[in-house]
Design a protein around this ligand. Structure first.
Ligand SMILES: NC(=O)C1=CN([C@@H]2O[C@H](COP(=O)(O)OP(=O)(O)OC[C@H]3O[C@@H](n4cnc5c(N)ncnc54)[C@H](O)[C@@H]3O)[C@@H](O)[C@H]2O)C=CC1
Ligand SMILES: O=C(O)C(=O)COP(=O)(O)O
Length: 534
């Protein structure tokens, strides 16, 4: 299958070469108006963006054929990931391609603000000369506070440690081992604010990190400290920046990122402050970083489209497992069982429990996604896949429960789907996989049954008495229904029995009626499954 990719932002030209190398068609267009983009995007299976294009829920709605959004960089705050997940669109980024460049830019900003480099350069350019005004501060022996000791934070720590700074950090998710390795002391946020001579942030913008430094926190800051933000605009409250300097809490501020880019008029006014230096989101703007992220995103997207690997995917926890050979048969079994379950379940069923035993239990998360995909596929007009199956289940109020037992019971692997409690004629169905591609129902409501999970199946409960099978097969023969195979199950002699019959053609309601009407038949369900590979 050939794929079409649209490059929307200023991604390095190597992106085109890399896509072409993988046999993928690529088009570049940075100049589309909103409406044009909504029309154009329909043609593509993938788009590549940096931070300029907003991939909104609305845009995703127009993107009928979209499978992947690739971010040539790290931050994905311009992409509506929940909306992409709901649409079954994979979102991926290149987590480390621009780490070094952004860390270097941050270190540059720390030194630039400490030594008034941009302001004094401007002075000289304007024909001025003022050595007194631009007296600076050494960073040596000072404390650098880092909020967010992730990839960039760690690189900044290493570099500034070499400048003789003491490095302290706040990151509730960072390990003590990592901090020790980097010569970083971990501490609580307020403690860090009180100790840092320079504070730099390297977290995403989240509810927790928004406004981490503001006038409300001013009293907690070490007097005369410097603030640096090369992560995301808004982590320091932008409206308060000028005031923090003017009221003597902060000596200077260096910014690379803004909550709106380019910044709003109000913020531009604040940025004119002589002690604020700003760059226009240049952290990742180096030849090296841009080459890396362009080539990385192209190969990652090509691999994902070819279902080879899902490196860098941010919403495809499950989908990334479909390349794992060990999981593939279980995934198929789970989806088939989901398809059977929804055909056996009573109308409006919205409570299902899934039980996994044996080796498959370790993949229960993704197998649940796959069962849900099977359950929902016929009932949701949009395409359901492993990315959005849970979203649709939640959306439709389907409640699920999951249990797992690592030890195998009668079968090496067993997946059981329990239907909607008492209201169901059938309560539960279990399946197992033999080899790589022989999927079978092995139990229904505790009755041992063995039938391949494919094609058209008539399943009925009957009184366990002589002649039942003969009367069913004769009712079928009269209607030219050929039996492929069948399996009978019962718990005790003479009680109820369950029979599953696979037939050679699709059956209509009218063809099933005479079978249901036979004396001794208690419940009858017809299940239709795709034959072989889907
Ligand atoms: N200026 C620019 O051009 C660039 C900016 N960035 C931005 O830099 C930021 C960091 O990027 P990476 O280091 O690659 O990400 P990362 O995911 O490696 O690190 C983020 C760190 O923040 C920590 N964190 C998350 N929430 C926190 C909280 N509430 N308090 C304290 N720590 C918290 C995490 O535990 C993690 O260690 C991102 O926002 C990214 O968008 C990244 C590249 C270029
Ligand atoms: O990767 C990131 O998070 C960045 O902020 C870099 O953004 P950009 O690709 O330079 O628009």
């Amino acid at each position: 299958m050939s794929f079409n990719i649209l490059i929307l932002d200023n991604v390095h030209p190597l992106v085109e070469d890399a896509f072409k190398e993988r046999g993928i068609n690529v088009t570049r267009n940075h100049d589309l108006s909103g409406e044009e983009l909504h029309n154009e995007i329909k043609k593509y299976e993938g788009i590549v963006v940096r931070s300029s294009t907003t991939v909104s829920a609305d845009l995703l709605k127009s993107a009928e054929n979209l499978k992947i959004v690739g971010r040539a960089g790290v931050g994905v705050d311009n992409i509506d990931i929940p909306a992409a997940t709901a649409s079954g669109v994979l979102v991926m980024n290149t987590p480390d391609g621009n780490t070094i460049s952004t860390a270097e830019h941050t270190c540059g900003m720390i030194l630039a603000i400490a030594r008034n480099i941009p302001q004094s350069v401007n002075k000289v350019k304007a024909g001025g000369w003022d050595r007194k005004k631009y007296m600076g501060t050494e960073v040596h022996s000072k404390t650098l506070g880092i909020i967010g000791l992730g990839k960039i934070g760690a690189e900044v720590a290493q570099r500034m440690h070499e400048f003789g700074m003491t490095i302290k950090a706040y990151d509730p998710f960072a390990s003590v081992e990592k901090a020790d390795r980097l010569n970083v002391e971990l501490m609580e946020l307020d403690e860090l604010l009180g100790e840092a001579d320079f504070l730099t942030v390297h977290t995403p913008l989240t509810e927790k990190t928004k406004g981490l430094v503001s006038m409300e926190k001013a009293d907690k800051l070490k007097k005369g400290m410097f603030l640096v933000n090369c992560a995301r605009g808004g982590i320091y409250k932008e409206e308060d920046l000028g005031k923090l300097i003017d009221e003597g809490y902060v000596a200077g501020i260096a910014l690379d990122v803004y909550s709106q880019e380019p910044p709003s008029e109000e913020l531009c006014e604040i940025l004119k402050h002589p002690n604020i230096i700003s760059t226009p989101h240049l952290g990742a703007s180096t030849e090296e970083a841009q080459e890396k992220v362009a080539v990385q995103i192209a190969h990652q997207m090509a691999d994902a489209l070819e279902e080879k690997s899902f490196k860098g995917s941010l919403n495809g926890k499950s989908i990334s497992l479909i390349t794992n050979k060990e999981v593939q048969p279980y995934l198929k079994l789970a989806e088939k069982l989901g398809k059977v379950a929804i055909q056996l379940a009573p109308e409006h069923a919205n409570n299902f429990s899934f039980e996994y035993s044996g080796a498959c239990a370790q993949y229960s998360d993704v197998l649940t996604d796959s069962i849900l995909k099977g359950i929902l596929t016929e009932h949701v007009s949009e395409a359901v896949n492993l990315i959005n199956a849970r979203h649709y289940a939640e959306d439709r109020g389907i409640k699920i429960r999951e249990t797992k037992a690592a030890e195998a019971k009668t079968f090496n692997d067993l997946i059981t789907v329990n239907l909607d409690g008492d209201a169901a004629e059938y309560q539960e169905i279990s399946g197992s996989v033999f080899g790589d591609d022989d999927f079978r129902i092995v139990k229904i409501d505790g009755y041992g049954i063995e039938l391949r999970l494919e094609g058209d199946i008539v399943m009925y409960q009957n009184e366990d008495k002589p002649g039942m099978l003969a009367s069913v097969s004769s009712a079928m023969a009269k209607q030219d229904i050929n039996i492929g195979s069948l399996s009978l199950g019962r718990t005790n002699k003479g009680s109820n029995a369950i029979t599953a019959v696979s037939v050679d053609k699709k059956l209509s309601k009218e063809e099933l009626e005479p079978i249901y009407a036979l004396d001794g038949i208690k419940a009858l369900k017809y299940i239709s499954l795709p034959n072989g590979e889907e």
